[in-house]
Design a protein around this ligand. Sequence first.
Ligand SMILES: NC(=O)c1ccc[n+]([C@@H]2O[C@H](COP(=O)([O-])OP(=O)(O)OC[C@H]3O[C@@H](n4cnc5c(N)ncnc54)[C@H](OP(=O)(O)O)[C@@H]3O)[C@@H](O)[C@H]2O)c1
Length: 239
Amino acid sequence: MKTALVTGGAHRIGQQICRTLHQAGFNLIIHYNASNIAAQTLADEFNLTRADSAIITQADISQTKDIDQLCQSIDQLDVLVNNASVFYPTPIANINTSDYQKIMNTNLMGPLFLSTALADQLTSSQGCIVNIVDIHGDRPLRHHTIYNISKAAIAMMTKTLAKELAPNIRVNGVSPGSILWPENDAELNQNQKQSMLDKIALNKQGSADDIANTVLFLAQSNYITGQIIAVDGGRTLNQ
Ligand SMILES: NC(=O)c1ccc[n+]([C@@H]2O[C@H](COP(=O)([O-])OP(=O)(O)OC[C@H]3O[C@@H](n4cnc5c(N)ncnc54)[C@H](OP(=O)(O)O)[C@@H]3O)[C@@H](O)[C@H]2O)c1
């Protein structure tokens, strides 16, 4: 039985990645930061379907002590999915170190140190890492300077770790386009949504399923490493 750790697994895309991997036979370590109830509900659902197939674990991945504690609690691991992230605008006129630290520590430092701290377990299993990137790590999204930089960096992290951790651990990425509308601080109005949809070749948003299926594909593709697959409905054709 293989085990996958999905960060930010309680909601939205992370939750669908957990569902898809669980359905494919993986046991799940569902990581969360604040969403304890949603994570536990998901684990309960999985354990009803298959006994002892899911546990939950809490960590703020922007804090190294939390990362260390999380990694020390894991003995066996086949797949690490670095999905958790923060996304909100950082207009250049108001750019500040507090947002810089929050976004870079969550979107880059967390995934990097989780990957290195779990390298022994992943080496033992000849496992893999799948990083959730963003097409805006390549082509910047206006007013999101720090987020864009964080995603460009995790794209490079994917390639550099693929080299450093070979031949024992494969490292790949999935780069979503527009999948689920942002919530809270990053919410868009109707005009902004329509203007984004107009630029997508397939003329619609993707689904969390589209991302999760690509994660599963990479988890099962034993001769692919160092690759980042854009799942964006052709959005990058029009950028
Ligand atoms: N949504 C899209 O259309 C889209 C487009 C391009 C790329 N992406 C990428 O796809 C991934 C998933 O997107 P999403 O929209 O589903 O993500 P999301 O809802 O914005 O965030 C996913 C989870 O990240 C966790 N998280 C945030 N800060 C954390 C911290 N300091 N420590 C630990 N966990 C933390 C949260 O967990 P808790 O709820 O437990 O606090 C949250 O549920 C992200 O990497 C995102 O950048 C998404």
